[in-house]
Design a protein around this ligand. Structure first.
Ligand SMILES: Nc1ncnc2c1ncn2[C@@H]1O[C@H](COP(=O)(O)OP(=O)(O)OP(=O)(O)O)[C@@H](O)[C@H]1O
Length: 242
């Protein structure tokens, strides 16, 4: 079953088109990895599905009307933002409660459990700007989880993190899918993409392959997309590149 069906999607910024007729299906309650070179349109695709980048043409069909949770790259968050980790994660509840309503007991339980899942409860009262990059990224992922949306979109959530932090995040995302959420993450980490349930390879704003990661991330497809020959025997066998 598909959580999102994208059909002939064109999208970009102003008059500049970044996505050129993207057609793809995102399976429900699974992890999908979006892979592609710098500037290929991964963030733009996540933004379009999240509704923050308008579609110029084509359609994005959703199974439900719930607002997606979008976790942006940590570099997109200002260092000087004067908020604590707990406040950052609490903002995840705004979509349900509004920014000025008092948090309920259930909100506080969700916030604490999302901090626990990312192992950042001990940092709860620290200012976000005073954290390391990896700690800050965990706080942003916890904020996304706190929205309890059925569609979680994450832009390179594990880039530059140590192995323990990467495992925390990937464990939290797997947990979300077991709870029924659909997870889509953009990544440059081919090992992480191979662990996903589904993979979309994009280049130049076009989907060049889509399907099981081992069928998509073939040595031939990677060589074509990145233009560098892969070492023989590396990557997965098969060939599903369009
Ligand atoms: N806000 C913006 N305004 C104008 N152009 C943008 C904007 N954001 C991205 N672009 C352009 O759109 C193209 C695709 O960018 P996008 O961030 O979607 O790629 P990406 O695959 O996520 O890249 P990366 O791997 O480097 O994060 C790039 O050429 C980029 O310069």
């Amino acid at each position: 079953m598909s959580a999102v069906v994208i059909n002939g999607l064109w999208a970009g910024y102003g008059r500049r088109r970044v996505l050129h007729g993207v057609t793809a299906r995102i399976p429900a309650a699974r992890v999908t990895a979006v892979v592609g070179p710098n500037g290929s349109g991964k963030s733009t695709l996540l933004g379009a599905v999240a509704g923050v980048v308008p579609a110029a043409a084509g359609t994005i069909g959703r199974r439900t009307a719930e607002r997606p949770a979008l976790v942006v790259q940590r570099s997109a968050v200002a260092d000087a933002l004067p908020i604590t980790v707990r406040e950052t994660v609490s903002m995840g509840r705004w979509a349900q409660r509004g920014a000025w309503r008092r948090l309920t007991r259930r909100d506080r339980t969700v916030i604490d459990s999302c901090m626990d899942r990312l192992d950042i409860r001990h940092l709860a009262e620290r200012p976000l700007g005073a954290l390391s990059g990896g700690q800050r990224q965990r706080a942003l992922v916890a904020q996304g989880l706190a929205q309890e949306s059925d569609l979680l979109l994450l832009d390179e959530p594990a880039t530059g993190l140590d192995v323990e932090a990467q495992q925390r995040i990937s464990g939290a995302l797997d947990h979300a899918t077991r709870q029924g959420a659909t997870v889509v993450h953009a990544t440059h980490d081919l090992a992480a993409a191979l662990r996903a349930d589904h993979c979309m390879l994009i280049t130049g704003g076009r989907v060049v392959a889509e399907g099981p990661p081992a069928d998509v991330l073939t040595p031939g497809a990677l060589a074509r997309v990145w233009g560098v020959p892969q070492v023989e025997g590396e990557g997965a066998p098969g060939g599903a590149a369009r």
